[in-house]
Design a protein around this ligand. Structure first.
Ligand SMILES: [Zn+2]
Length: 278
């Protein structure tokens, strides 16, 4: 079997849940038909709703439009920290317009990435502060990308004053960072990385997060959960992560799926045709 082949669609989860962070355009689902097919596959696995996330301006334009194509789809827009080197006033004005679109439910992904050096730390920090302020002005949750920058992300949130709802997408800290996030009232979103065999510190972190503060995501097309690591990822693969997370938290699968759905509905205020999604 080729490593580039998509994993099988798993058995449907016993209760529906939400993929809180994916990149459908990067998965190749860029047309209304492609989006619908990806969402159908997700629904077959019990993933009833999906938040697709932009990381640059072109993607943000696409997300603002595509999130209106299907009741199961919602969007998030921001400029990814690695792209903030020459963040212009024109780009800020356009992002601010796009983030106000009705089905754009979050400002993200923004934050700090000290792993790549495409953008200097100062430019990233300025852009992060701008996005924090934007989230507060538009009253939408802040979706954070934090790669090897836990201390600075937490310090900037504290000094700027965090918005009401803060999500750490693809949480990657250890138990100590998780406890600091939990105590601050932030929500921690777990991706396929939590199922990786060598992810001991992350798994320890995932065990201590209260049910009310956890989300599930794919970050597709990246971070495909165990045992399909290295293969392409899609929103339906969130079901594998739910099962893995339930196992390591010693909870029933339905408890984790249901908590992640309720939290996503609360944090992102998800609605479909005027009522709760499920
Ligand atoms: Zn992402």
């Amino acid at each position: 079997m080729s490593r580039r082949e998509l994993p099988p669609v798993p058995e449907r989860l016993p209760v529906p849940t939400v993929d809180s962070h994916t990149h459908l355009d990067a998965c190749g689902a860029t047309t209304p038909e492609g989006v619908r097919a990806a969402l159908d596959r997700a629904e077959a696995a019990g993933i009833a709703a999906v938040v697709t996330v932009a990381d640059d301006l072109a993607s943000a334009r696409w997300v603002a439009e595509a999130s209106g194509w299907d009741d199961r789809l919602h969007g998030a827009v921001a400029l990814h920290p690695t792209r903030t080197k020459d963040f212009s006033d024109e780009e800020k004005a356009e992002l601010e317009r796009l983030v106000r679109a009705e089905r754009v439910v979050a400002v993200g992904e923004t934050g700090l990435d000290y792993y790549w050096d495409y953008s200097p730390p100062e430019a990233q920090q300025d852009a992060f502060r701008w996005h924090i302020d934007l989230a507060k002005r538009v009253g939408k949750p802040l979706m954070i990308h934090d790669r090897e920058a836990h201390d600075d992300v937490l310090a900037i949130l504290e000094s700027e004053g965090a918005p009401d709802e803060v999500v750490f997408h693809c949480f990657s800290g250890d138990a100590d960072v998780a406890r600091r996030c939990v105590d601050a009232g932030y929500v921690l979103s777990f991706a396929g990385t939590v199922t990786f065999r060598n992810a001991r510190a992350l798994q320890e972190a995932a065990r201590l997060v209260p049910d009310e503060q956890l989300l599930i995501e794919t970050d597709a097309p990246f971070l495909t959960p165990h045992p399909f690591r290295g293969r392409p990822n899609e929103p339906y693969c969130a079901a594998y992560t739910v099962v893995g997370l339930a196992e390591l938290r010693k909870q029933p699968v339905e408890a984790v799926a249901d908590a992640a759905r309720r939290n996503a509905e609360r944090v992102f205020r998800l609605r479909s045709g005027g009522c709760e999604i499920v």
